[in-house]
Ligand binder design. Structure first.
Ligand code: NOJ
Ligand code: CA
Length: 696
């Protein structure tokens, strides 16, 4: 990745030159953020147990929290340590994302590297590295190669704690080892209870500890800080969930392998970074790039094929039950198959008319008859089209019209089968000239007993992303491993689900209006989300009795700005878009790749307003959404260039719009605006506003 500024400074402040006697006495070390506001204090207690604290402006944010690892086949690395060496460093560099919500990102941090050694006969070593930024902290374990920790190592427990200072208000989803597809709860830490919150169990789900969460978990502290805990660079390790233990402490609970092992490894190895974002205002969490900065630079030489784009899909019609993924049903009867050549060609016409680059086609390949059947495995081969789908004709017609087909691989959770067929399946798409694939893992995992978020699947997704890069394929993963910023290292891992997305609105309890006002502060802090916005036919009664999306049409448009993804779906059916052509113009014009992002105003769970500047353009796009309450929001356009004129096209709720009573009532107006304009937006209940600001 191109380095914009080359001043990368490493200052070694303390090294092995300190006197031997002094070194042995040292039991603590501290470091502050570059601006001095955040402080990490590390210490060994009387038993040589390591712990840390984090303070912001001298106020404790993380209190005495212990660190360490336990092993199945070795004594734990948790006590009897001395500090053998401490080194510190500072780095300040800027780097550029090939695509993203912010083109140039500054990585300015100080580092504290602790070299711990046991005081036993056969001393083992444990390094802990802290990176302290102005707006957060990352730390990781670094286990070096060493004499007394050789061979296979099985981590049975990571004992990392995050002791909060109070019973904070928090936004969370349960610690389901298999799924992130939940609406968020807002409760105190002590009230985290998956059962009470009504999170239903499904056969392909697994919540073992009701008092635990999947990350990011985001909190508002009594001192007025916003804190979000997550992890970065999850590579060859187990996903981290956090259990609520006594004294407002969140304790790491790693997702296990089938036999209970947590991580299978060998020294040397590093853990993922444990990340703590700390901001004064909720809105600043959204533009906190800690997670990306804790990941390694781009390892791919060519990323040109990983192109941001909008896409339509043969998709929503299956979720509505209008057509099917399979050519036949489980009994062998023909069904209304969605992915026919004819249907695909009509979508291509639609895309061409409205200049939408991508077209996802689900259900094109054989095997869907068995999807969901218990104990049937290996039925997708990923290379055999149904007999009513001429894949070459579809791909070639798309190409002639400048449209990219997005391939689809539903694995049904049978990751083992997918791995075995991966190389061939990717070669097949590469030969066809396809550059992006949506993957999916909807179903209980195979190998049986493994979880979607354990080390098995972390390894699986790594294999997928590396194989995809070899074949110049970008990935949009559904039922994915959680987002931990790996897109920096592998920019072909463009987007993913890992969210209770639009699909639920088609066939389950609908997402409440507040859902999309929480996602930017929780799930999306990990990375881009394939939520699949843009449903214009809000009332779904003609497809499913009583089913209706809990938003207005203007709110659906605002989601293109609010829910960041470099691949952004126009999810509704062409026939529904044709009914609202003037509103569809926003989806046509909205950008998917950004120079910069500014959050104008937000209250988690209530409302959020974001402005983003299109990359390589002077145009801006604004989105604002509210929960079930109507709101008047003032949007200052002071982010615009001074002394320049712009034309704003405003897609807003009509005066009588209401997500329950009148969701499709919208008004479009145009006005001249400049950097002194303050636009007063009236958002309906469950409403929103979407604004294109085009430089004149
Ligand atoms: C679940 C995915 O989230 C959805 O987008 C997809 O259509 C189905 N699985 C079928 O693959
Ligand atoms: Ca899903």
């Amino acid at each position: 990745m191109r380095k914009l500024l080359s001043f990368f400074s490493i200052i070694l402040l303390l090294s092995g030159c300190a006197e031997e006697s002094k070194k042995q006495e040292q039991t603590s070390a501290s470091i502050t953020s570059p601006n001095g506001n955040l402080e990490v204090h590390f210490q060994l207690d009387n038993n040589g147990k390591p712990f840390y604290l984090v303070k912001k402006n001298n106020t404790t944010v993380i209190d005495t929290s212990y660190l360490g690892l336990k092993f199945k086949n070795h004594p734990a690395l948790i006590q009897n340590f001395k500090i053998a060496e401490v080194t510190t460093a500072e780095a300040d560099e800027t780097w550029e994302q090939p695509w993203g919500e912010q083109r140039v990102i500054r990585d300015h941090h100080k580092q504290l590297h602790l070299h711990l050694e046991e005081t036993t006969d056969k001393p083992r070593k444990l390094n802990i590295i802290f990176k302290v930024f102005n707006d957060g902290v990352g730390f990781r374990y670094d286990i070096p190669q060493q004499e007394y920790l050789k061979g296979d190592l099985v981590i049975s427990d990571e004992v990392t704690q995050f002791k909060l200072t109070n019973d904070h208000k928090s936004w969370w989803i349960p610690a389901d080892y298999d799924s992130y597809e939940y609406t968020y709860s807002e409760t105190k830490l002590s009230e985290i209870d998956a059962q009470k919150a009504g999170y239903a169990q499904r056969h392909d789900r697994n919540i073992t500890n009701f008092h635990a969460v999947n990350t990011p978990i985001t909190m508002e502290t009594e001192d007025g800080f916003y804190v979000s805990i997550h992890e970065a660079n999850l590579t060859d390790y187990a996903g981290m969930t956090l259990g609520v233990t006594k004294n407002n402490t969140l304790s790491t609970e790693l997702v296990p392998w089938e036999n209970g092992d947590k991580v299978r490894t060998q020294a040397p190895f590093v853990s993922p970074w444990r990340s703590i974002m700390i901001n004064d205002e909720a809105k600043d969490l959204v533009t906190n790039y800690l997670i990306l900065n804790l990941n390694e630079p781009n390892k791919l030489k060519n990323t040109a094929y990983a192109k941001p784009m909008k896409y339509t899909g043969i998709w929503w019609e299956m979720h509505l039950g209008k057509s099917t993924w399979g050519r036949k049903d489980a009994e062998g009867n023909y069904t209304t198959h969605g992915a026919t050549t004819e249907n695909a060609l009509s979508y291509i016409d639609f895309n061409k008319k409205y200049d939408i680059e991508g077209l996802l086609i689900e259900g094109w390949n054989t095997g869907w008859e068995y999807w969901g059947a218990q104990d049937t495995i290996g039925f997708f081969d990923f290379i055999t089209p149904y007999d009513d789908f001429d894949i070459k004709k579809v791909v070639n017609t798309a190409k002639e019209n400048g449209i990219e087909i997005i391939g689809h691989h539903e694995t049904s959770g049978d990751a083992n089968n997918y791995e075995n067929r991966l190389e061939k399946a990717y070669q097949y798409y590469e030969d066809l000239g396809i550059h992006a694939i949506k993957t999916g893992y909807a179903g209980g995992l195979v190998p049986k007993g493994e979880f979607h978020h354990g080390q098995y699947m972390v390894r699986h997704h790594q294999k997928v992303i590396e194989t995809a890069a070899k074949h110049q394929l970008a990935i949009d993963a559904h039922e994915p491993i959680k987002a931990t910023g790996l897109r920096r290292t592998y920019p072909n891992f463009m987007t993913r689900e890992g969210v209770r997305g639009m699909e639920f609105n088609g066939w389950a309890d609908e997402n409440p209006p507040s859902h999309t006002t929480i996602l930017p502060f929780t799930r999306i802090l990990g990375g881009p989300v394939d939520y699949t916005p843009g449903i214009f036919q809000i009332d779904l009664a003609e497809y499913r009795d009583g089913q209706a999306i809990q938003s207005t049409l203007a709110n659906q448009l605002a989601l293109y700005v609010i829910l960041y993804s470099p691949m952004q779906m126009a999810a509704d059916l062409p026939e529904n878009y044709n009914k609202y052509e003037d509103a569809f113009q926003f989806i046509e014009e909205v950008a998917v790749d950004w120079e910069t992002t500014k959050v104008i105003d937000a209250k988690i769970g209530d409302h959020i307003t974001i402005a983003r500047k299109q990359r390589d353009s002077d145009n801006w796009f604004v989105g604002s959404v509210t929960d079930e309450e109507a709101r008047n929001i003032e949007i200052s356009f002071d982010f615009l260039d001074e002394n320049a004129n712009y034309k704003a096209r405003i897609y807003r709720d009509a005066a009588d719009a209401d997500f329950e009573k009148n969701p499709s009532a919208y008004t479009i107006e145009e006005m001249e605006v400049n950097s002194t304009t303050v636009y007063k937006a009236n958002l309906a209940r469950g409403g929103g506003v979407a604004i294109s600001i085009l430089k004149q």
